[in-house]
Design a protein around this ligand. Structure first.
Ligand code: SR1
Ligand code: MG
Length: 397
């Protein structure tokens, strides 16, 4: 019986995802297929279509016209699906080993069909279980260094860079970050979400003029600095990992943004996990922060010296200046992310999953203090190693 296929947008069903996989010829004819919707993120439908005999699968991801985490009252552009598939393809041209393969995309149906990564685990889940993923920071550092260098004015033709930047203009998704990361948590805003017991700590943040000024400076950077094509939402829930492999998923927030943003979000989510662990299990997370920065700075610097297209590249001090500002910004962005994941709209399971209420509240108080210190002291840190003492001071204060 012929199967009809929608050409105008409608949310897929599990059967619809199977039909699509068959139509695309992704499985040999007659393969017994099963499908389940497995999306547990804030925004999209994610279907896994599996060959019941070989257990091999594919992923069909579809954007919904609203934010799933809030409901239909928060409409959201479907264009993010095309941003995501184009970002995955662009990243794959530099670091194919760190992104899922894209098999197909359809802009009008807001669909991306891609490699099934279910042999890996979402890094946030694994970290919460106490895993350490020895290669995680090596891979993330390399991913950020290569994608940001090669899409920047230093690594590609500067006219082509502007065209690429144009194709990644992503105002609606950037606005989510502008609001949820850089604004709402620092004001008494209705999107905030925190326990009554934290009200005094939160109000202290809202009344902190010094902090407000620094967050405003960081927000301005996010709004205005188009250094490179960044992932835009590089938290540990956007990373699949095992002890050997790392894959970065979900770049629907991708746009031309500041070099330090992805690094900062990754740092923040490692720190949020550290806050959920007993002290003696925190070191691997700090070591990941050190390694991410070391790998990023080393690879970025090598590419700068060997592949730079900018006539000023060899000017004494320019690379150091770029790295210095990227570092400071990353620490500041990390502070904003730590705070918003604690009291803003979208939380993280690392903190919310702490079963004991008093321990959970304490971890969240520490998170607020840590976020504040990262933002206010970002220019005083000279290396990631100092994050350990900043963390210890916050927790002991
Ligand atoms: C309404 S979306 C909330 C959050 O989920 C995404 O993963 C981003 O982090 C966004 O800020
Ligand atoms: Mg996401």
């Amino acid at each position: 019986m012929p199967v009809s296929h929608p050409t105008v947008y409608e949310p897929l069903t599990e059967q619809g995802a199977i039909s699509l996989a068959v139509r695309l010829g992704l499985f040999p004819e007659g393969t017994p297929l099963a499908c389940r919707e497995i999306g547990d993120g804030n925004l999209n439908l994610v279907f896994r279509v599996v060959d019941q005999q070989t257990k091999k699968g594919i992923i069909v991801k579809q954007a919904l016209p609203y934010a799933k985490v809030v409901g239909e009252s928060w409409p959201l552009t479907l264009k993010r699906a095309v941003i995501e598939s184009n970002a995955l393809r662009t990243f794959a041209s530099y670091v194919p080993q760190y992104v899922p393969k894209v098999y197909y995309s359809d802009e009008s149906l807001a669909i991306t069909v891609m490699e099934d990564l279910s042999h890996l685990q979402i890094a946030r889940k694994g970290l919460i279980e106490g895993k350490t993923y020895p290669l995680l920071s090596q891979h993330i550092g390399e991913f950020i260094a290569k994608t940001s260098f090669y899409t920047s004015d230093f690594g590609m033709n500067q006219q082509e860079k502007k065209q690429l930047a144009q194709s990644f203009v992503n105002p609606e998704l950037c606005k989510i970050t502008e609001d949820l990361v850089f604004t709402d948590p620092f004001f008494n805003h209705e999107t905030n979400n925190f326990e009554d017991e934290l009200r005094d700590d939160v109000e202290a943040l809202w009344n902190d003029d010094k902090l407000r000024l620094e967050v405003a400076k960081l927000k301005r950077k996010f709004l205005t600095e188009g250094d490179a094509l960044i992932h835009g939402d590089l938290h540990t829930g956007s990373i699949f990992a095992s002890d050997e492999e790392t894959k970065i998923i979900d770049p629907e927030f991708a746009f031309y943004g500041p070099f330090g943003f992805d690094i900062g979000q990754f740092f923040a989510n490692l720190l949020l996990n550290a806050l959920s662990r007993p002290e003696q299990q925190q070191e691997p997370l700090f070591a990941h922060i050190d390694k991410t920065w070391d790998v990023f700075a080393t690879i970025f610097s090598d590419l700068w010296r060997t592949h730079n297209v900018e006539p000023y590249a060899k000017t004494e001090g320019l690379l150091e200046d770029v790295l210095h500002h990227t570092f400071i910004d990353a620490i500041g962005f990390a502070g904003c992310e730590v705070i918003r994941r604690t009291i803003g709209l979208a939380h993280v399971a690392d903190l919310d999953g702490i079963e004991d209420k008093e321990e959970r509240l304490q971890a969240k108080r520490y998170a607020l203090r840590l976020g504040r210190s990262l933002i206010l002291q970002r220019e005083t840190l000279s290396s990631t190693k100092e994050i350990r003492s900043l963390f210890a001071q916050t927790v002991l204060a």
